[in-house]
Design a protein around this ligand. Structure first.
Ligand SMILES: C[S@@+](CC[C@H](N)C(=O)[O-])C[C@H]1O[C@@H](n2cnc3c(N)ncnc32)[C@H](O)[C@@H]1O
Length: 332
């Protein structure tokens, strides 16, 4: 089994995909305690280092390096400042790449990185990765739509793949498996949420729908794919059991009826991210530990926030599995 090291691993979305593609993730890392807790509840054999990546001085050898550095700097929901320190965490990824010199790497980031304001950051990443280590890497990048790989959600992400130059194997991004150009239709909300209760009390954010929430249509129907799952629970899209919304003004929507409305629960958000039972080592839905930070119980409201956050931050496992499966067979 080829080995992988993962950075910015969160609760394990990217790693679940890589594991499903046949890799053994020997080391993972993040600074978020509850992300570590969820990860280890579902993938217990990985050495998960809970610390700032810049504190890690040595990395184990591995054939694949995976990293989804944070994106607050250039995501739609973030502050969009091109110079924030968080935007340069890719330098840590480049440092690990130079030290480990894996045969291949996969990095992921938000698609906003392609915009002109941030383009210099993308160019810098591509150059640093191409020059990393003794041999350098052939680097490929593409924007992928998660729903084209069986994820019941709109989620565009920029994926960067590198193959060590001395190996000399070409790479092509995976073709869509779902949608009009593929064999299978998009995976719908209904399919993703199959078997889950329709009103999971205590598992969804019940904060009021304030004006900002109702400034756009947050609801999709059962047979559609969901709008993007985000990490802030107040901004989570609506469950299709909610009444439809109608537009009454520019940036102003209201529910068509007074029937009960609710956001997706954190468990449903996990399914919409593609965390289906087949992606965990126990073969069931992803487990959310009751406590955070090794036994410390937080307020219920905060536990819910932690859960939504780690799931909203995650990379959809099916999309990462498709990318990992598209890597050339260079492991023998
Ligand atoms: C886009 S998320 C990665 C999601 C993860 N790959 C997954 O699929 O679940 C980025 C992660 O980087 C982590 N992070 C931010 N700054 C970090 C740092 N200095 N060192 C390590 N991790 C950091 C965040 O806590 C967050 O979980």
């Amino acid at each position: 089994m080829p080995t992988a090291v993962s950075l910015f691993s969160g609760c394990g979305g990217s790693d679940a995909g890589v594991i499903a593609a046949g890799f053994d993730v020997i080391m993972a890392n993040d600074i978020l305690p509850y992300a570590r807790d969820v990860y280890l509840a579902n993938f217990p054999t990985t050495d998960y280092r809970l610390e700032d990546v810049s504190e890690i001085t040595t990395f184990p050898d591995a054939e694949l390096l995976v990293g989804c550095y944070p994106c607050q700097g250039f995501s739609q929901g973030g502050a969009r400042e091109a110079n924030r320190k968080i935007n340069t965490l890719y330098l840590e990824f480049a440092r690990a790449l130079s030290e480990i010199q894996p045969k291949a790497f996969i990095a992921e980031n938000v698609s906003g990185l392609r915009r002109s304001t941030y383009r210099h950051l993308l160019e810098d990443q591509l150059k640093r990765f191409a020059d990393a280590g003794d041999h350098g890497y052939d680097v490929y990048w593409q924007q992928l739509n998660a729903h084209e790989y069986g994820v019941a959600q709109e989620r565009k992400r920029l994926v960067i793949v590198g193959i060590r130059k001395d190996i000399g194997a070409p790479f092509a991004f995976p073709v869509a498996t779902h949608g009009p150009s593929a064999d299978q239709p998009y995976f719908s909300i209904r399919e993703a949420l199959e078997g889950l209760p329709e009103w999971p009390a205590g598992e969804f954010c019940e904060d009021p729908f304030h004006w900002y929430y109702l400034s756009r249509n947050r609801r999709r129907a059962w047979e559609e794919i969901s709008k993007t799952v985000v990490s802030h629970m107040r901004h989570m899209p609506l469950h299709p059991c909610s009444p439809p919304l109608r537009r009454i003004h520019t940036d102003k929507w209201e529910f068509e009826t007074d029937a009960p409305a609710r956001r997706f629960s954190y468990r449903e958000a996990a399914r919409l991210q593609g965390f289906l039972p087949r992606y965990t080592t126990h073969g069931e839905d992803i487990v959310f530990p009751e406590t955070v930070s090794g036994g410390k119980k937080d307020f219920e409201y905060n536990m819910m926030r932690h859960r939504y956050k780690v799931i909203g931050n995650a990379v959809p496992p099916p999309m990462f599995e498709a990318v990992a499966n598209a890597l050339p067979d260079i492991w023998g």
